[in-house]
Design a protein around this ligand. Structure first.
Ligand code: GLC
Length: 739
């Protein structure tokens, strides 16, 4: 019976397939499905972490056979998916294939810099290339779907998951979201090297109060629409196939039970047609939120609000059928959810060939391809940010007689690939900084001491570290956070370099008052470097740079590559300033720039309002000068455009890349607007001495915002405009938007 139905379906399907499209195929299939089978498609369970063999003996096999399971996470590799898929296809009534998803966040085997790091490259092509490579490696191991990109904007360095996003800016975060979706999904989902992307965590998860993960989120609808929603809308515009609802509540309504965000905005306003998966038990968590009285109630709320698939919560599996029969959940909602999920499986080609992502030869020949590793090295270098470089401490000469490399992360191959590193290897595949510099120096040039651990307060290693620093001609400290100190459930109240590393830095400076000291930082968030900036000469922010991170860092330290990265998130002077970001409001009592000490202004008595390192900041081994700002007109018509341009010159003696940024400021509007807003950027390659004119086109589309009545539009009036190397500048030019 099963085979005939499947066969008939297949023949009908292919006949229909010949003349019709996926929607009709899906409808044909759904006409054959029972309510229980439709609910089965909305259920996702987890394979065993690091599974490489099928878990067929446990409940997963039973649930699949019963038609109660439509997708799995944490199940991958040919061995880990083939037998599970065989059960779904050959041992169930309708043979509907499973969907296999996994957190492929910044690489699958070849690991790229953490997303906050990658965003500092401001290189959309690199973002797309990194996710394309991740899709190649993940799809070669049986995966159809990644729970990425994480497009949560955040201005909260205390929040551990700031490491997974693209920083604090709406425009840049939206552009990067599009690039990730394009990379993962490619231009044809029916190709076996493309995978479904997932815009997460919908929505405003990055605004958790006090940066504490999973914490409450409160904001006006204007802030939601002008700041936190746009990167998700950008993902929809880029064709993202899935969304993930978040853990947090938003203004009292948990986002995994929020009809306003999930149906009114996502479906009605944006026309999103993909499916929404909950975050891990986030539907169950409606109960502790105090939004559902029990699990049955949570299941009811989740489906009615618009969450199509229940990630490991078991609620849809156990309660949806009764809820539908009792009239508490419209069957139409279950049908819609099932249809969206089946549609995704059709698009992936899983009904034509459920085993198309299961290919031993591809699995064995795809991971760690040399070109993938080369690209990872290039991207890691481009993602690093030279925060300061006093006394031209960098680049280092390869002829220096003795260089001391000190710190708990010099030889690290474990933390260097960062958090959420999928199947990235932490046991030797990653290139440590020590290995990287060994490509540049002879062993007798290298002095090494660990000095201390990342977190332990054991200073017994200080003496040796100080001793070798005194023998060296130059000193490189490689320090920072452990990879587990950022990412999920890893918020910090203290933004300093952890442990006794700061003390070691201080002692090494005291022992070497005139030597050039470089601090290389591995970390997943902005840090408070207020002490270190005066203790060291150069600071190179490499984030967690991934599999080839050590090689890339050496390329930067010795000048093989000229740093070009720029911050996409503000580095505060201390945690007391947080939240602090470049595009804040002016307030009614702004500090006069020419008199920062004036009383009764919006400031602190102990710390200036300025940042330690601003959004958009990043140095190079060369210098760039900006000249000859021009604007094509002082007035902008509602249906017209104006052009702003500047000439950028590489005025130093090294080739380099410069990220040129366009900012505007809407001076007066019916709701207050940020003092600055990034509205464009271009990354230029400039040979030494070379000049290029950079032009940006501006239309009113670039200037629109939601006003107090939630109307999206632009208001006539004066705008300031600037093209600058970072957000740390003063406007000098204006134009007017006409009515
Ligand atoms: C986690 C994360 C989410 C991830 C999911 C599956 O709790 O919040 O980002 O994709 O569960 O691992």
């Amino acid at each position: 019976m099963r085979k005939i139905i499947f066969f008939i379906l297949f023949i009908n399907g292919s006949f229909i397939g010949f003349a019709q499209n996926y929607e009709v195929k899906v409808d044909s299939l759904m006409n054959l499905m029972t309510l229980q089978e439709k609910i089965g498609q909305t259920v996702m369970y987890s394979g065993r972490w690091d599974q490489t063999g099928p878990i067929v003996g446990t409940d997963n096999g039973k649930y699949i056979r019963e038609g109660n399971l439509g997708a799995m996470l944490n199940a991958f590799s040919v061995k880990g998916t083939r037998d599970l898929q065989k059960i779904a296809v050959e041992e169930t009534r309708l043979g509907i294939p499973l969907l296999f998803g996994y957190d492929v966040i910044h690489g699958h085997r070849t690991i790229f810099p953490i997303n906050l790091g990658l965003s500092a490259s401001w290189d959309l092509k690199m973002v797309e290339e990194s996710s394309r490579i991740a899709a190649e490696e993940a799809s070669a191991e049986g995966l159809h779907w990644t729970f990425a990109p994480m497009v949560d904007l955040s201005r909260e360095p205390r929040w551990g998951r700031i490491s997974e996003g693209a920083g604090e800016d709406v425009y840049l975060g939206s552009e990067i979201a599009k690039a990730y979706v394009k990379g993962f999904q490619g231009d044809d989902l029916s190709k076996p090297n493309t995978i479904l992307a997932c815009a997460k965590h919908y929505v405003a998860y990055g605004a958790a109060q006090a940066g504490r993960d999973y914490h409450t989120v409160n904001m006006g609808e204007g802030e939601l629409r002008n700041v936190y929603l746009p990167p998700f809308k950008a993902a929809v515009d880029a064709g993202v196939e899935t969304f993930m609802s978040a853990f947090n509540e938003l203004n009292g309504v948990p986002t995994s039970g929020n009809k306003f965000t999930l149906r009114d905005i996502l479906r009605e306003e944006w026309g999103f047609e993909g499916f929404v998966v909950s975050d891990y038990t986030s539907i169950n968590e409606l109960v502790p939120h105090g939004f559902a009285k029990d699990s049955i109630d949570a299941a009811r709320i989740g489906m009615n609000a618009g969450v199509d698939m229940d990630m490991v919560g078991k609620l849809y599996h156990h309660f949806l059928e009764d809820l539908v029969k009792e009239g508490k959940v419209p069957e139409a909602y279950v049908n819609d959810a099932c249809r969206r999920i089946l549609l995704a499986k059709f698009k992936l080609g899983l009904f034509d060939n459920p085993y198309r992502y299961i290919n031993e030869e591809r699995e064995n020949t795809t991971k760690y391809k040399p070109e993938f590793l080369d690209k990872a090295r290039e991207i890691a270098a481009a993602s690093s940010v030279l925060l300061q470089n006093k006394n031209e401490a960098l680049p280092l000469s390869k002829d220096i007689k003795k260089i001391a490399f000190i710190g708990p992360l010099v030889k690290d191959e474990y933390d260097i690939i960062g958090n959420w590193a999928a199947k990235g290897d932490r046991k030797g595949k990653a290139v440590s900084v020590y290995e990287g510099i060994s490509e540049y120096l002879n062993p007798n040039q290298i002095l090494y001491a660990k000095g201390c651990e990342i977190l332990k307060d054991d200073d017994s290693g200080f003496e040796e570290a100080i001793s070798i620093s005194e023998q060296a001609d130059a000193i490189v400290l490689v320090m920072g956070e452990g990879h587990h100190m950022s990412g999920e459930a890893a918020s910090r109240t203290n933004l300093k370099i952890p442990g006794i590393q700061p003390e070691l830095i201080k002692k090494i400076r005291e022992a070497n008052p005139n030597k050039k000291i470089t601090l290389v930082l591995m970390n997943g968030r902005p840090l408070n470097l207020s002490n270190e900036v005066d203790l060291v000469d150069a600071i190179l922010e490499i984030w967690f740079p991934g599999t080839m991170g050590g090689a890339a860092t050496a390329d930067l330290l010795f000048g093989e590559v000229n740093p070009s990265g720029k911050l996409t998130v503000t580095f505060p002077r201390n945690v007391g300033q947080v939240p602090i970001y470049y595009n804040m409001k002016n307030t009614g009592r702004p500090i006069p720039e020419d008199n920062p000490k004036e009383d009764y202004k919006s400031n602190y008595i102990d710390v200036p309002n300025t940042t330690l390192f601003a959004f958009g900041h990043g140095l190079s081994y060369t210098t760039f000068t900006y000249s000859d700002f021009r604007i094509s007109s002082q007035t902008l018509n509602p249906n017209g455009t104006i052009e702003a341009s500047v000439t950028v010159t590489n005025s130093g003696n090294r080739d380099g890349h410069e990220i040129v940024q366009l900012y505007i400021h809407d001076k007066v509007a019916s709701v207050t607007r940020p003092v600055k807003e990034l509205k464009g950027f271009q990354k230029l390659a400039l040979k030494k001495g070379e000049s290029k004119t950079v032009t940006f086109k501006i239309s009113v589309e670039d200037l629109k915002f939601y006003n107090s009545e939630m109307k999206y539009g632009v208001e006539p009036g004066e705008f300031e405009i600037a093209i600058a190397p970072s957000s740390d500048f003063r406007f000098k030019h204006t134009f007017n938007v006409l009515d």
